[in-house]
Design a protein around this ligand. Structure first.
Ligand SMILES: *Cc1c(COP(=O)(O)O)cnc(C)c1O
Length: 229
């Protein structure tokens, strides 16, 4: 689907939600070729790329020496790929444990940079999904706030795989509640609430999403399964 059509659906959802703020449109480019990504890059309504494998992003990013778009890691990050991820990405959106946070912080310090991060929360209760258990969320926030080479910018979640709209909305509403708690606790603006994908981005916007991550709707069906990195 044309990016402009997706963008107008984003705007419609914002209007329905009675919102006047903006939603960041991330093009989820995992499994897509450099050529497909260059096509996407031409649309001014697209703000960034989302990749879920460090290795794949490394190969492709070399073809974009001066891209106007930020590259965000949205897939699970293995400890042994943390250094490469800090070198490669503009943001790591999948911090889901204090140990991973500490590791990324140490590496960012060694590389002399401050790494923007999101915390990924498992709001669906599905065991197959990554993200921290909501019960352990506050402890993770506290631990990340103590790390000086990380800059906490918000939260990410993947909604449940279901047609039940009420369940999907509950999952997004839960993340919204968690970010409100974290804003109060940290005194930080935490501007990014990353939730909503091809099938549920309008529901996410109704629940307060400020970043949607769209793959299939933009590029078509993925032709090989994306593996977790
Ligand atoms: C693949 C992926 C998306 C995009 O999913 P689509 O259904 O193709 O839009 C969004 N977020 C994450 C974390 C993903 O892994």
């Amino acid at each position: 689907m044309d990016a402009e059509i997706i963008y107008s659906r984003i705007q419609d959802a914002l209007t329905r939600a009675g919102r006047r703020d903006k939603v960041i449109f991330a093009a989820v480019s995992k499994t897509r070729t450099v050529d497909e990504m260059r096509e996407a890059e031409k649309f001014s309504c697209i703000d960034c790329f989302g990749e879920n494998r460090v290795q794949e992003a490394e190969t492709k990013r070399a073809a974009f020496p001066d891209s106007r778009l930020a590259w965000r890691l949205i897939g699970h990050l293995q400890a042994n790929k943390a250094r490469k991820a800090v070198e490669l990405f503009d943001s790591i959106d999948s911090i889901d444990s204090p140990e991973l946070a500490q590791r990324v912080d140490r590496i960012a310090g060694e590389l002399g940079r401050v790494m923007p991060v999101l915390l990924e929360v498992n709001t669906s209760g599905e065991a197959s999904k990554s993200g921290i258990d909501p019960q352990n969320f506050t402890a993770l926030v506290d631990s990340v706030m103590g790390l000086k080479n990380l800059r906490l910018e918000g939260l990410m979640t993947v909604g449940p795989l279901t047609d039940d709209e009420a369940r999907i909305r509950r999952s997004f509403a839960q993340l919204r509640g968690l970010i409100d708690d974290a804003r109060t606790r940290t005194g930080s603006a935490l501007p990014i609430l990353s939730m909503g994908m091809s099938d549920d981005f309008e529901l996410a916007i109704l629940e307060g999403s400020t970043m949607v991550r769209i793959g299939t709707l933009l590029f078509g069906p993925r032709h090989y399964p994306a593996q977790n990195s």
